[in-house]
Design a protein. Structure first.
Length: 402
């Protein structure tokens, strides 16, 4: 019995068309392709969406009570400038206000030696006078009495001298005892003493007589009339407390400067000071400190410094106001721009750069202040980085955050 063998399927050739796949298989393949395309599109969309999301933002400014942190791109950096603290020579104090006064050693007070009424006045305030020059005249009854006493003593002396001469002649003729001559000579000596006393009283007045009742008061020294409190018809007496006239040599004057307490500690007797009148041009004149008060003036809250000044040109006038430029202290101190130091109401602070945009607020103690700089005595050392410009902006950031 023969067994039939099934023929092997032959591969389709070019002349043999391929058999189409069943309909169910074609639908499954189409759905798979569509799912793949959709999945790829969603993945691409999500990838683009993630790429478009910004990274978490860093705040440009972070504020806390201790200071401010500025990001690299913070707009505040446009107004903030950091510098390195340096030591420089100490600042000179702010010019101290002062007033010109008289040197009492060069000033003479003039009054009247006798009571009377002023007859005439020749001098005026501001006049420059010479020693012995007439200032004013006084008509006085007391002056008349002095002259009467002098004349009476003079006449008494003349009488006693005649008596002595007569007794001397009688003694020579042995007509009277010698003791009478001794008595007569004693009377003459007494009369001479009385006359000298009367004359000395008048001469000691230091006046120039004119007639029996009028005398002139004259200048006791060369100088300028700086005070005049006398006028015609005025009743004057020698016991008046205030002088009628004051005359002072203004070639040297004193300046009394009101120095701040913080500046007084750096002053020393003998230091040179520049004195300039208010509104005057130039550097002024040189003066020497001769005394520094040990007491603070309760009204001005300042320390008085007495400065002697040569005044050959008479540019410094008594009672005028001046400015005293005081010398700077020795040594060096940290100096920063004035705008680097701000006040938060209770203390003065600067902002110190800690790196990485961190600017810490640090309390400082300031010294002298100049036109655009201030000394930092404590709180900031040479070599530290600090905010030289823009500190007020940083302080405002802190104030707004509180």
């Amino acid at each position: 019995m023969s067994t039939a063998t099934a023929p092997e399927p032959s591969a389709p050739g070019p002349s043999t068309p391929a058999m189409p796949a069943p309909r169910g298989e074609r639908r499954t393949f189409a759905f798979a392709a569509l799912a793949f395309v959709l999945g790829a599109g969603v993945a691409a969309f999500l990838g683009r969406a993630r790429a478009a999301e910004p990274a978490p933002a860093v705040p440009p400014v972070t504020v806390d009570p201790q200071g401010v942190t500025l990001a690299t791109n913070a707009p505040q950096w446009q107004y903030v400038q950091v510098a390195v603290a340096e030591q420089k020579p100490a600042l000179a104090p702010v010019p101290a206000p002062g007033r010109v006064t008289l040197d009492e050693k060069r000033t003479a007070s003039v009054g009247t030696p006798l009571a009377g009424r002023v007859a005439s006045v020749l001098a005026r305030t501001g006049d420059r006078v010479r020693k012995g020059e007439r200032l004013f005249s006084v008509r006085s009854g007391a002056f008349t009495e002095l002259e009467r006493d002098r004349r009476a003593a003079e006449e008494q002396l003349a009488v006693r001298q005649r008596i002595r001469d007569r007794v001397k002649e009688l003694v020579r003729l042995q007509a009277t005892p010698e003791k009478e001559l001794l008595s007569a000579e004693a009377d003459v000596a007494e009369a001479e003493l009385a006359l000298n006393t009367a004359a000395s009283k008048k001469e000691s007045l230091g006046v120039v007589p004119e007639g029996d009742s009028l005398f002139w008061v004259t200048a006791p020294r060369d100088g300028t009339v700086v005070e005049m409190a006398v006028f015609e018809g005025q009743e004057v007496t020698p016991d008046r407390e205030a002088p009628l006239v004051r005359i002072s040599d203004l070639s040297e004057v004193l300046v009394l400067a009101d120095v701040q307490e913080t500046d007084a500690a750096d002053l020393a007797v003998g230091a040179q000071v520049r004195i300039r009148g208010r509104g005057a041009e130039g550097d002024g004149v040189s003066g020497t400190i001769e005394r520094i008060s040990e007491v603070v003036d309760p009204a001005r809250h300042s320390v008085e410094a007495r400065i002697r000044v040569l005044n050959a040109t008479r540019a410094l006038r008594p009672n005028g106001f001046v400015e005293a430029s005081l010398p700077a202290a020795a040594g060096e101190r940290v100096r920063v721009p004035s705008e680097a130091v701000v006040t938060d109401g209770a203390r003065s602070v600067v902002f110190v750069d800690r790196g990485g945009g961190r600017l810490d607020r640090v309390g400082v103690v300031t010294g002298r202040q100049g036109a655009d700089e201030v000394e930092v005595v404590q709180g900031l050392s040479a070599g530290q980085r600090y905010v030289a410009h823009g500190a007020l902006l940083l302080q405002n950031q802190i104030d707004l955050a509180e």
